[in-house]
Design a protein around this ligand. Structure first.
Ligand code: GLA
Length: 387
């Protein structure tokens, strides 16, 4: 995985594979979520940042004489080139990493086929499977290039939604909007407080006295179907019972913990909904703590979020708990929690900026994690069109 310069790697890969230059290059960031976990799909609030790690897509249309194919190569998957007739991809016949690319191309093209074949090459510094949204970075970089190749200019919010549809329909993951939204809309040096009902945001400045340390457990999750979809279904069932007893509620974010007392909610669904309701309140409080620079309060809220994900939502695991506990006991850490979908992946810590280097070194020296890095909030995905 080229962590240094994915842009030049993607362009070189494109040129060596297709023997001509790309006409468009897009760079899309991964993300880390500060707080607001598993509540984008319950109509809650989330507060992610884009990280300074990116996926780059270099692309062009195939020559006019070429076949009508989607051809895609990735430095991360040298043995899995994608080669699909465009007709097949509109029908959704693709698998593996190609499903994300095919899904996005299909969403961007709509019901019409691109006029010529589409050639794409990818390189990335976003670790795959670590819960840092490598799939959204892949989707968003693909969408920006494909839209440019099709001569379309779409607002970033539309791009985010098209990428989410691709993930639902082609990759089979019923995700919320957070990952694609932050990759498309991130503001440098800011977190985004995203309202997942109106799909709008406000920027929350991150002052330089704090920064974020991200540590990977090394246990990599497969964010697919099973557990994720089950959590979502649990929340929907609990909401349906609450709506039945106490109309009108639009989403769990309008509910209070007392609503969980309505009859008929399954005990497991009740725990899941308790997380969804309590996490919403924590995101609102965390935003205020960041605005007021009350770091120990923000840290407490992050720890509470972790406990709720561990105990009520049951998406943590021993590796995440151990790493979060270790960070929470480390001087200079305001608060740490699991981040992303869970079952593995990364812990995020809000740390005092002057201690960040030392904290990263300590974690590495203790063998607590093999991938530890700090990041300031990065900017949104961007497109360059080349001559
Ligand atoms: C994944 C999904 C997001 C979100 C998180 C959990 O990253 O893609 O939509 O639900 O899990 O917060």
């Amino acid at each position: 995985m080229p962590t240094s310069e994915p842009r030049s790697s993607a362009v070189s890969l494109f040129e060596s594979t297709f023997k001509h230059a790309p006409t468009a290059v897009a760079t899309a960031p991964g993300r880390v979520n500060i707080i607001g976990e598993h509540i984008d799909y319950t109509g809650g609030f989330v507060m992610p940042i884009a990280i300074a790690r990116h996926t780059v897509c270099a692309g062009s249309l195939a020559p006019e004489t070429g076949e009508l194919l989607l051809e895609a190569v990735s430095l991360d998957r040298p043995n899995e080139p994608v080669r699909l007739p465009l007709g097949d991809l509109i029908a959704g016949r693709s698998s593996g990493w190609g499903a994300y690319v095919a899904g996005v191309l299909s969403q961007c093209a709509g019901s019409s086929l691109p006029p010529r074949g589409v050639r794409l090459a990818f390189a990335s510094s976003v670790p795959v499977g670590a819960g840092l949204s490598s799939s959204a970075a892949l989707e968003v970089s693909t969408a920006l290039v494909v839209n440019a190749l099709l001569g379309e200019s779409k607002p970033p919010a539309e791009v985010a939604k098209a990428c989410r549809r691709a993930e639902h329909e082609f990759a089979g993951v019923p995700c919320g909007i957070m990952d694609q939204y932050i990759s498309c809309m991130a503001v440098e040096e800011n977190a985004l407080f995203i309202d997942c009902v109106s799909e709008t945001h406000r920027a929350v400045p991150i002052p330089h006295e704090v920064t974020f340390v991200i540590a990977d457990t090394g246990k990599h999750h497969e964010l697919s179907k099973g557990e994720y979809a089950e959590r979502r279904a649990s929340c929907e069932r609990a909401l349906a019972m609450i709506r039945k007893a106490r109309d009108p509620y639009r989403s769990l974010r309008h509910c209070t913990l007392s609503d969980l007392g309505v009859p008929g909610i399954d005990p497991v669904d009740r725990k899941r909904a308790r997380h969804a309701i309590s996490e919403c309140a924590r995101v609102l409080a965390t935003e205020q703590a960041f605005v007021g620079k009350r770091w120990s309060q923000a840290g407490d809220l992050m720890r509470q979020s972790h406990a709720s994900l561990r105990d009520d939502y049951e998406v943590s695991c021993d590796e995440l708990n151990t790493l979060a506990d270790l960070l929470n006991a480390t001087p200079g850490v305001h608060g740490a929690r699991m981040t992303g979908a869970g079952f593995g992946g990364c812990v995020i810590a809000l740390v005092h900026a002057s201690r960040a280097d030392e904290i990263c070194e300590q974690l590495l020296a203790a063998g607590a994690s093999r991938l530890v890095f700090q990041t300031r909030p990065a900017g949104a995905a961007r497109l360059e069109t080349l001559g």
